[in-house]
Design a protein around this ligand. Sequence first.
Ligand SMILES: *[C@@H]1O[C@H](CO)[C@@H](O)[C@H](O)[C@H]1NC(C)=O
Length: 479
Amino acid sequence: MAGFLPKAIVSVVVFAYGLFNVALYGLIAIKRGLYFKKPTEKQTLELKIARDRMWNLSKDYSGLSHHFITLTNGFKFHLVSNVKPGSPAALNADKPLVIFIHGWPDSSGIWRYVAGSPDLQESANVVAIDLPGFGGSGRLEKYSATRVLEHLTELILTLRMKYGVDSDSESRKKRTIIVAHDWGCVLSMRLASEAPALADRWILSNGPLTKMVESNIRRLLTSAKKMLNTALNSPLSSRTPILQAFRTISPILRQLSLSGYIFAMQLPLPLVRYFLTGGNSALMTSIHFNSHGKQKPTPQEMADCMSSTMGPSLAESKTQTADGESYPTGVQYDRDFSKILDMASYYRHGAASGRWQKSLETITGLHSIAGEKVLRRTSSGTGVFDEGVPGALKASSTIVWGQKDIALDPHLCLDGMANYLVKDSQVVMLPQSGHFTPVEKESRAALEAATKWAIEGEKGDVQVALQVSFPEAHVVVRR
Ligand SMILES: *[C@@H]1O[C@H](CO)[C@@H](O)[C@H](O)[C@H]1NC(C)=O
């Protein structure tokens, strides 16, 4: 009973704040004139063309062809690549493997510029995947940390085999680089922490390191509490400590107001669907309209963005790859935003911070690619010290951060990052860039430059490499 009351209160507050945000976002959409705006005939046509361009399996998209990887449990991942997985070209080429992982509310389509770069395609085997429940991949019943990370890990292990990184007799024959954004970044940070052998370099953009954010929140709350205690002990001079306490927790309050949409996604599913797609998909329209930074997207760019969120339509669901493969069944392709509730479930089922219970297959698979370095680390085993702080990334990482991200408070998301990085890691700041780094013109060039630097064996300083395409890019943390 003791634990019941606070939990009920929390639920009520979450529910109320969620509802408040549905109303708030609705009002904003009405004010912006988006809510009642039906798409014009031209927009509808533009979207249809964009979806055919992006999802028609019989055509290449941005120089990348469509493929599927089916896991041992039958789950089907959709991906695009410049080389067919498992082909002699993929197995034999002496080129690094680069895997791009998208965020929310996107799909492999968000990498149309970076993974679409002819320069990268020339120098690497490039793969952009759709996470479970997004784009053209299959759906999961539950998007818990264990389900999502198990599927993702098996996919990456399979890709490493099919692109000649590992074979039955030998592992790590080529470099593997993972480039990830937003939710893809959240999940990749978990992998870099809990399964670091999966890649040699992690390029991670504008997604929170959940364990660090939690720890930052706890730290700020503790010091605010101390200040309030001081105020209580000397009521006469209490004004300053109360103000200080308030200032201390202001990043938390700011992040809470920025995260209103997360609360809205905890509501009952019909309300969630309404929140995400109602008012002529006002929310998605407004997210994508603002995803290009200072530039206003052209109608075609808008259509590409919406297509990336929506995935294949009924028309594309009937297409086939050159190998005769098609999109997974069990999706209502005739419905607009057919996977929107799957996408929302990442926020509902604890994929970011829940415990990942690794299966025996995963442990064995990770062990087989770990190499000496990682094995020694685990076997020297003095425990806590070796493991670092909870959530610390255990592989070389380059965090590329659009500084003007309005969705993520920089104090909560970056303060203390140095303690979470290993040797040969950096945080690179991109001033003037916003959240959607793979889309904005300047930041996508920076991401491409970082990827190129990793592909070419990390010669020279990453800041110098990035400044060629983004002169103001600068390293703020270096390990
Ligand atoms: C997919 O693309 C092919 C090749 O361009 C085209 O012939 C076909 O009509 C397209 N399929 C659909 C359903 O649009």
